[in-house]
Ligand binder design. Structure first.
Ligand SMILES: *[C@@H]1O[C@H](CO)[C@@H](O)[C@H](O)[C@H]1NC(C)=O
Ligand SMILES: *[C@@H]1O[C@H](CO)[C@@H](O)[C@H](O)[C@H]1NC(C)=O
Length: 290
């Protein structure tokens, strides 16, 4: 090979490498492992994609190898198509043990042609019941979309394709509980037909099984507790983490507008407005709105 050709190849491979690093296309096994339903998990395309499937025997799930104390967690997801009533696809953060903290995205499947609901929830110290539900402005079964959870000392924000759909602020100074425990990143596909669709009245139709959900994007931007001395999230709020920089402390004007639009046009349930289930308005509800 002459030197001109050689340098061409060197440059070519450097470009490929830099691009791969930038797109953070890391293989599944680097950060994640299968947690249940092994034989219902397929790792595809050089471990850049995972398929979970569910039939009457089992669903499946995977989770991060490490726990995190802050971060900007992201997953590309394409949820089961066809008739998927009762089928729940989840992407969430959760701590271990009793009185756990948890931040959830849950897609509630539906009969063919009916809209799929995206439910979010926030558990603090074992206490959940903070459901919000939206219908999406696209068909989440047709393509991959990006679902993200920002978690720093100031706020927790759920995003769909970079549009904020939920904000949970750190208002501990006025008595609102805020997650403090380290959490793992999890994803799963499971049978939720006791509650998920029409309040549990529409059941999973197993003649449509197997149901399949697809996941991509296994890079994790998080503060892992491996290198931290204590198991408390507090050490993960340092300025060395980019998701703790001031532009992540609150939504900017543009994001606020997008968020308000989602609430107006797409939100169809907010626990803050449910006086039957929550006769006393939860403290965060008084302040979480902008
Ligand atoms: C919440 O914010 C307060 C400051 O208002 C801070 O002292 C505290 O560490 C934060 N809590 C968490 C869990 O991030
Ligand atoms: C988070 O980062 C900012 C700078 O980006 C810094 O001012 C702030 O003190 C940091 N928070 C903590 C708890 O270290």
């Amino acid at each position: 090979m002459d030197s001109c050709r050689l340098s061409f190849f060197v440059i070519f491979f450097i470009l490929v490498f830099v691009n791969a690093a930038r797109s953070k296309n890391v293989p599944f096994d680097l950060n994640y492992k299968v947690t249940w339903g092994n034989d219902h998990v397929s790792i595809l395309n050089q471990a850049s994609e995972v398929q979970l499937s569910m039939d009457v025997q089992s669903g499946a799930g995977f989770g991060s190898k490490l726990s995190y104390g802050s971060g900007f967690f992201s997953m590309k997801i394409k949820i089961p198509n066809k008739d998927s009533a009762g089928v729940v696809t989840a992407f969430y953060l959760t701590s271990n043990g009793n009185n756990h903290d948890e931040l959830d995205f849950e897609f509630l499947g539906n009969n063919e042609g009916k809209p799929i609901t995206l439910q979010t929830n926030v558990f603090v110290n074992g206490e959940g019941n903070r459901e919000q539900r939206i219908h999406l402005w696209f068909d989440p079964t047709a393509d991959f979309h990006t679902y993200k959870i920002l978690w720093n000392q100031y706020q927790i924000v759920f995003y769909v394709d970079n549009i904020p759909i939920r904000v949970f602020k750190n208002n501990t100074n006025i008595g609102v509980k805020y997650p403090t425990q380290s959490m793992q990143v999890e994803a799963s596909l499971w049978d939720g037909d006791s509650w998920a669709t029409d309040g549990g009245q529409t059941k999973t139709d197993w003649s449509n099984a197997p149901f399949r959900a697809h996941f991509q994007g296994f890079n994790i931007d998080g503060c892992s507790l491996l290198s931290q001395s204590s198991n408390n999230a507090g050490n993960c709020y340092g300025s060395n983490y980019w998701w703790n920089e001031s532009n992540y402390w609150k939504l900017d004007n543009n994001q606020e507008k997008e968020y308000e639009k989602v609430r107006e046009k797409y939100m169809n349930y907010d626990y803050c407005d449910d006086r039957d289930k929550h006769p006393n308005i939860s403290p965060e509800c008084k302040y979480s709105r902008l």
